[in-house]
Design a binder for this molecule. Sequence first.
Ligand code: HEC
Length: 205
Amino acid sequence: MTRAATRPVAAALLALAAAALTGCSNFPSRQPPIWVWWDMKKQDKYKPQAESLYFADGRASRAPVAGALAQELYRPDAAFSTGINPDGAYVERNPLPITKETLIEGQRKFDIYCAPCHDRTGSGRGVVPAKAVWVPGNLHDERIVNFVDGELYHVISNGRRTMPGYRFQISENDRWAIVAYVRALQRSWRGTLADVPPELQSRIR
Ligand code: HEC
């Protein structure tokens, strides 16, 4: 063979060898590939739900040790986290200090998380119900105004009937801040002339 003829043959052989060694192949096959270097393709680990010969019950996925708790499930103050007292009744009053900062934060989060459905006044005519057959409660209903703070917190956290819960999206602190703001919204609708300082009453028309 001349030198010119050997070159393509050598190149083809080299390509074939490289393909075989790296495990690449253009030919689909049901056989497992031949791995010369395993690299990270095979590791000494268990996949979820895999069987284990090491443990007597054969399960590689072990149950947590009794009493173990994920960090995010640790609730030193259950009433604050759930809105429910140890005796099973809803927490009566918002545990947060009702300050201007709390209300501003509550308003910010209400406008983000609640207003799409309940609208920014809480009347329930947000953009979502405008597009879907879905009727959010009017937060100014007598029944809802009469909720204690813990019940509002509980509805925000876990939802109710067709309303989804928001405990994974909104932190506990922010949920209580929203409760404070909902109270302010409700108050804003139910004010009477008597709530206005006497010296300003004459200016109300
Ligand atoms: C995706 C739409 C949606 C969002 C967002 C939403 N709600 Fe609702 N909400 C509803 C619907 C729908 C109902 C009526 C549930 C029913 O009676 O079936 C409702 C009902 C309620 C009720 C009354 C529950 C009762 O006992 O009747 C309260 C209180 C409430 N929502 C507060 C909130 C607050 C606070 C937020 C913000 C954290 C919020 N919702 C976010 C849809 C929503």
